[in-house]
Ligand binder design. Sequence first.
Ligand SMILES: Cc1ncc(COP(=O)(O)O)c(C=O)c1O
Length: 446
Amino acid sequence: MNDRSAGLSEAQLSAYWMPYTGNRQFKRDPRIITSASGCYYLSAEGRQIFDGLSGLWTCGAGHNRREIIESIAQQASTLDYAPAFQFGHPKVFALAEQISQLMPEGLNRIFFTNSGSEAAETSLKIARAYWHKRGQPEKTKLIGRSKGYHGVNFGGISVGGISTNRTMFGSALDSDHLNHTLLSENRFSRGQPLKGDYLADELLELIQLHDAANIAALIIEPMAGSAGVLPPPRGYLERLRKICEQHDILLIFDEVITAFGRMGKATGAEYFGVTPDILNTAKQLTNGAVPMGAVAVRQDIYDTFMEKGGPKYQLELPHGYTYSGHPLACAAALATLGILHREKLFERSSELALILENYIHQLKGLPLIEDIRNCGLAAGLTIQAAPSEPLLHPYLIAMKMWHKGFYIRYSGDTLQLGVPFIAREEDLDGVINALAESILEVANGQ
Ligand SMILES: Cc1ncc(COP(=O)(O)O)c(C=O)c1O
């Protein structure tokens, strides 16, 4: 067993069925991370690795932040767990109030989950239950979008639009989909592409097909992340907002990637200037330190549940998780929001976004690159397929990057970058140079 395996035995490596991982390849050539600090990981063989995706879009404030660690430790030694149902603990209320301050106006009722996937399920259930409470129980159909990602649970994959996430599992919910907004005429756009607002009118066609009387909600990521950073065309979100309003369809923004700083603002809604009815968050909320998601809901939606809740002791919404608002997650989130605020990291992210845009578009013209996109502190590249191996090139490039000391995400035919908000310009320079080198090496068959 070599150093790269951190001394793990074959039995240990085999026992773990890794998520979203090519297990066979990984276990032959493990990439083990043993510690982290700031923008860097340390690999098992002792190499420093730059974190080009902030973990999984989670750790924008950098790794192992002292305030977060201490807050979690302090909480663990005071109250490790409190029952989430029918009882509460102080931090969960304090956190809900703080999150509500950061959400678009009116979205001030917060439901806690443990992940982005659970946030998706929660938002879809609230949408359906809302219409049920309003006396329109037939409004159940959910509209998603092709290339959308809303986690991996059955609701999320039904409204999601990434085919590989659906084919093995089937679709459980009554759903339909808009087309995605990745238009070839917008290739190499900087920020929001100019063309494509008209794609929003597909919602009118789906309304004609299904009747708004049967549709509960539209769920989209304002900027699709997992499909490879797809910023919305200018005017597109505004148009969807209007159609939803005109036809009594709830608009859910899945902001699991875009909330808490990735767009240089508290939310993508604020960045794009379009307010949904329900807004899902997770990832950056605790800076990745403890799993947590939060769903922000318009107050009048919450009020509907309260007003039509029956006797006061009765549950208004029979939904929740054992670990909803877990004390350790709340401690991590409160410390994270403190850091984001004190260190002005939304502003820092916004400044760095401009630098990233300039650097990433320098890659245009290299072989294999079919498209480059950026928005906020996020960038995506579409990589040309190898003959009969559509997903090989991104994988090979990402592996070369890892061996050069850079972690970036490869997924489908894309590469994705989402550096920490605290990264320096030199870090961006380093990652882009290494990326150019890796792309050339793969293109030349090296
Ligand atoms: C937009 C969006 N929704 C939901 C999820 C699922 O989050 P989780 O992996 O925490 O369940 C993700 C994860 O990348 C996401 O990007």
